[in-house]
Write a new protein. Structure first.
Length: 101
């Protein structure tokens, strides 16, 4: 799951943080692992550049998953990018013998 990241709008960040916290609590109460990745980590894992723009991430999701077009709506591409990031980190952690975050 994408972790909260904000630079300007603190009030909207607080609302998003509450939702992320509630989701994490519920999933963990059901013994479901939760992994949080920052936007730069997701961009790095998907495109190779931590400062990639949204379009670059969407295009790489399309390419990496062999899709004919960019997933719509934008949130779908974001969710798929999160999944790709989890796969990348899991594979790396497995190779070096470390349990994930």
């Amino acid at each position: 799951m994408e972790d909260i990241f904000f630079t300007k709008n603190v009030s909207s960040a607080i609302s998003v943080a509450k939702v992320i916290g509630a989701i994490c609590h519920e999933l963990r109460s059901k013994n479901i692992e939760v992994h949080l990745f920052s936007p730069p980590q997701i961009k790095q894992a998907v495109t190779g550049m931590g400062k990639a723009d949204k379009n670059q991430v969407q295009q790489m999701v399309k390419i990496l998953l062999g899709m004919n077009s960019v997933p719509k709506p934008d949130h779908a591409a974001d969710a798929l990018a999160d999944c790709i990031t989890y796969a990348v980190f899991s594979q790396t952690y497995s190779r070096i013998g470390v349990k994930g975050n």
